[in-house]
Design a binder for this molecule. Structure first.
Ligand SMILES: Nc1nc2c(ncn2[C@@H]2O[C@H](COP(=O)(O)OP(=O)(O)O)[C@@H](O)[C@H]2O)c(=O)[nH]1
Ligand SMILES: [Mg+2]
Length: 446
């Protein structure tokens, strides 16, 4: 996500750090570079201008120059301003009100409305304990109704049986009655899109708004389309007075322009970010976390949340207990690897950790991925007895395991050595607490 921007900003900060003494002159120099980086990332020029003005005012006003760590102060200001650019405080999607609460998704064709609707329904069900009801109101594209029905089936959620011959407004009104009958408290309406804003579509959407009084009208903004997404969002906002934005396709190679400009230019909060095609690929949007990620500081909170979502709590507790008793075996290690794999690719996860991007280029990350696969293959090739008690692994057993896993004896030996070291470290952690491991790690602001 936003790699080019992150790389450039990191370079600027590094230069600043290397200069020893920081003065008004080199802050201006740094700001000039930040300006170029933002413009190259396709951030709207008006946004860039006001952003730099406030960073400069704060940098010169807060006695940054006289502080002990001026470069870090400067980066902190940039991070704070990026956060406020992205909306400042995180806002929860407010669903208070008499049920059913209606949420309407609008946006251009292909921007991700239908996909986002399904993701949102899953999120509301799982995280907010709501009971969603899905409504396909895009009657123009032949497969659109079916697309939402398929997703509803996958999610085991009720969906209105829309007839493509019926007017969207009628569909929406009827679906509300149906949702009430089925005791659903949240109605999610999937609307039609066009390639560009046109009056006919806006009138149709406006009529639905009048007819069903949605609590939220969310615009899905395709982050890949950059400034165009911002322009379209402004257009939709003029017609419909949006309540918020969902950024989609943030997993792609979007440069960042749409994400960084849209809040400021449209004046509505970003509630969610789509980060993949699957129904689980939706993140709650936190301005401060994205700001940190853009600055290459990682996003540890998102990592923890991701882990909490997919980790099997009971399994984790079991493993924790074993660790405490120092009975952690290769079998448990295997179970842990499986849990890790559920969270996504290693590369994806590592990117969320501060500083990792700097240390490990893409090639290293995919190497790490391959390494993990080999480790798993080795453990899979062992018998249960061997996994529980690795001390019985003599030469011939190791040769058999290497053959079975398509690795070499050297690799098996290395894994065993690492595993023993890990156990030793765990013992240490148990004695001294986690500080034994993390005591020396410092993030830029500690
Ligand atoms: N990579 C990625 N693809 C997405 C995301 N959201 C939607 N898509 C894809 O974008 C395409 C259009 O999505 P769709 O929901 O049909 O858009 P709609 O025309 O606005 O309803 C589909 O191929 C989706 O899989 C996302 O967050 N990441
Ligand atoms: Mg659609």
């Amino acid at each position: 996500m936003f790699e080019a921007l992150t790389d450039k900003l990191e370079l600027t900060f590094k230069k600043l750090r290397g200069q020893g003494k920081i003065s008004e002159t080199n802050i201006d120099e740094a700001l000039r570079e930040v300006r170029i980086s933002l413009l190259e990332a396709d951030v709207h020029f008006k946004v860039v201008k006001s952003f730099l003005e406030s960073v400069r005012a704060k940098a010169l006003g807060q006695e940054v120059l006289h502080s002990l760590t001026p470069d870090q102060q400067f980066i902190k200001i940039v991070r704070d301003e990026l956060t406020s650019l992205l909306g400042g405080e995180h806002q929860d999607l407010d669903l208070k009100g008499a049920p059913p609460v209606v949420i309407m998704l609008v946006g251009l064709q292909g921007s991700g409305k239908t996909t986002t609707l399904a993701k949102l329904a899953l999120f509301l069900k799982k995280e907010k304990k709501r009971s969603p009801y899905l409504v396909p109101a895009d009657i123009y594209r032949p497969a659109a109704i079916e697309q939402l029905k398929v997703l509803a089936r996958e999610l085991k959620l009720p969906v209105y049986d829309s007839n493509p011959e019926t007017a969207p407004l009628v569909i929406c009104k009827k679906s509300l009655d149906e949702a009430k009958k089925q005791l659903c408290d949240t109605v999610l309406i999937d609307t039609a899109g066009r390639l560009h804003i046109d009056q006919e579509l806006m009138q149709e959407l406006g009529a639905i708004k009048e007819g069903v009084h949605p609590k939220h009208i969310l615009f899905t903004a395709d982050a890949m389309t950059g400034q165009d997404a911002v322009k379209q969002a402004q257009g939709f906002n003029e017609w419909l007075d949006l309540t918020g934005i969902v950024l989609t396709k943030l997993d792609g190679d979007a440069r960042g322009g749409a994400a960084l400009s849209i809040r400021e230019m449209v004046g509505k909060p970003i509630f969610f970010a789509g980060i993949g095609e699957k129904v689980e690929a939706l993140e709650v949007f936190y301005p401060d976390r994205l700001a940190s990620r853009i600055l290459g500081m990682g996003d540890v909170l998102s990592l923890i949340e991701k882990a909490q979502q997919v980790y099997d709590q009971k399994e984790v507790q079991r493993l924790e207990k074993l660790t405490k008793k120092n009975q952690f075996s290769l079998e448990d290690f295997q179970a842990q690897l499986r849990q890790i794999k559920k969270m996504g690719s290693v590369g994806e996860l590592l990117e969320l950790i501060p500083g990792v991007r700097k240390l490990a280029p893409q090639a290293d990350l995919s190497q790490a991925e391959g390494e993990l696969k080999r480790v798993e293959a080795i453990i899979n090739s062992m018998t249960v007895q061997e996994r529980r008690n690795p001390t019985i692994l003599n030469g011939s057993r190791r040769r058999r395991i290497a053959g079975g896993s398509g690795t070499t004896v050297t690799e098996v030996n290395r894994l065993m050595k690492q595993f023993m070291e890990m156990k030793k470290m765990m013992q240490r952690v148990n004695k001294l607490g986690p500080r034994a491991l993390f005591g020396r790690v410092r993030t830029p602001f500690h």
